[in-house]
Structures are given as structure tokens and as C-alpha cells.
Write a protein that binds this ligand. Structure first.
Ligand code: CMP
Length: 145
């Protein structure tokens, strides 16, 4: 069963010039990139996208980080896309990932718990919320009809 997930290359990934490398890894693992958009988020957009973290101690810092430069947002599609993309990016803490998951994308381009270079939806429910946050819902629905 084909599934969609949302992937983001965060400001540190764009700045470090990892976009093409990451996209090659994505397609090499059999995902199709069905939509993509390069954008600069403002504070309100980040606060709303990461609303579930609004009470966390790192929230302000996360808002600062995610507004620090452009990001690349992509819809990835394949069987089991949500879990497979999470597996490919590795653990949230990129510093730990370098030790425990050296082949992961976060090990390759992230720095630490916050500056972890990429995002992936954590469930199919999150994926559909996050996809409609960035992309026209009409368009994504169309693929399923
Ligand atoms: P992401 O998977 O996009 O989801 C929430 C983001 O918040 C996470 O990646 C990190 O960038 C950041 N984050 C999560 N936990 C922490 C933490 N303990 N300290 C700082 N930043 C964090």
C-alpha cells in the first residue's frame, strides 16, 4: 500500500549543501518525490507547524533555528514511506546518531539534538497534517482518487 510522508531539509542541511545528496539517497531507496517546495518559514509558521512542542524548553530555540534560513519541503511516496523515511534519517540526536547509526542521514549532515538537518513525519496521521500544512490539500487528494 503506497503511503505519503513529509520530509524537510532544515536550514543547516540547505546551508551545508546537502540537498542533492539527500535527494539522491531518497530516490535511491525507492521513494518518489511527488512535490517539493523551497521556502523560508516565519515565526508564526514554525510555531504552528511544531505546535505540539510549544511547551517544551527548547521551543524558542527551535523557532529560531527553523527560521534561520530556507528549507526544502518534500512529499515522499512509496510503500511504508512514514516508517522507512524515519529509519533512513536515524535518531533525533544527530550527535548520537554518528555513533549508533553512522549510515543515517542525520549522522551525515546533522550536528546535535536540535540541529539534526532533516525532519520526517512520525505517523501517518502526522504525515497528512504536515502535508496539508505545506501543500494544497486538493492536489494531494487528487493522487488518491
Ligand atoms: P524534528 O524531528 O523535526 O521534531 C522536533 C524538532 O525539535 C526536532 O526535530 C529537533 O530539531 C528539535 N528537538 C527535539 N528535541 C529537542 C531537544 N531535546 N532539544 C533541542 N531541540 C530538540
Amino acid at each position: 500500500e503506497k503511503e505519503k510522508t513529509l520530509a524537510i531539509i532544515k536550514p543547516d542541511g540547505i546551508l551545508g549543501n546537502y540537498s542533492d545528496k539527500i535527494k539522491n539517497i531518497i530516490t535511491g531507496y525507492g521513494f518518489s518525490i511527488t512535490r517539493e517546495m523551497r521556502i523560508q518559514l516565519d515565526e508564526d509558521a514554525v510555531r504552528s507547524f511544531y505546535a505540539e512542542h510549544s511547551s517544551k524548553s527548547f521551543f524558542l530555540s527551535l523557532v529560531k533555528y527553523m527560521t534561520s534560513g530556507p528549507i526544502l519541503v518534500m512529499i515522499l511516496e512509496k510503500d511504508n514511506a512514514v516508517a522507512d523515511w524515519r529509519k533512513l534519517i536515524g535518531p533525533t540526536d544527530a550527535e548520537k546518531a554518528k555513533v549508533t547509526h553512522p549510515q543515517s542521514i542525520r549522522a551525515m549532515c546533522g550536528f546535535n539534538m536540535e540541529r539534526n538537518c532533516v525532519h520526517g513525519s512520525d505517523s501517518t496521521q502526522s504525515a497528512s497534517r504536515e502535508i496539508s500544512f505545506f501543500f494544497d490539500v486538493q492536489d494531494t487528494r487528487h493522487d488518491e482518487l
